[in-house]
Design a protein around this ligand. Structure first.
Ligand code: FES
Length: 121
């Protein structure tokens, strides 16, 4: 899968949760799994590793937004309802959001909140 000098990514700073629920379709309603979220999870996982984004992909159950799926949530960040659009543009939008969340997390680690406003601590 990876060739050359591959170095493992750092410990994940946050997760991105993807609904992979697939209905039996007895009710004829769409589901994230039925709209390709399992393949999307695999693709995002691969891109996260390749681009060394410190995020972990977590496959999870229904998020109660089935009609607009595939759905995914960046921990502490954006919620995406792809509405059956797993195009390159949407995937790039997700990767951009993951990179922005990474910057936000790293900035928080580099400059933790001060205790000056609370002298009791
Ligand atoms: S099947 Fe994904 S939100 Fe319900």
């Amino acid at each position: 899968m990876f060739e050359g000098n591959w170095v493992p990514t750092e410990k994940p700073l946050f997760m991105v949760r993807i609904c992979i629920n697939k209905r039996l379709n007895t009710d004829k309603l769409p589901s994230c799994g039925g709209r390709g979220s399992r393949g999307l999870a695999d693709l995002l996982e691969r891109m996260i590793l390749e681009q060394r984004i410190p995020a972990e992909v977590v496959r999870g159950p229904c998020m109660n937004n089935c009609l607009m799926g595939p759905n995914l949530k960046i921990q502490g960040g954006d919620f995406f309802s792809l509405n059956d659009d797993i195009s390159d543009d949407r995937i790039e939008e997700i990767i951009t959001a993951l990179k922005e969340e990474t910057l936000k997390r790293r900035a928080a680690v580099d400059s933790p909140p001060s205790n000056e406003s609370n002298p009791a601590k």
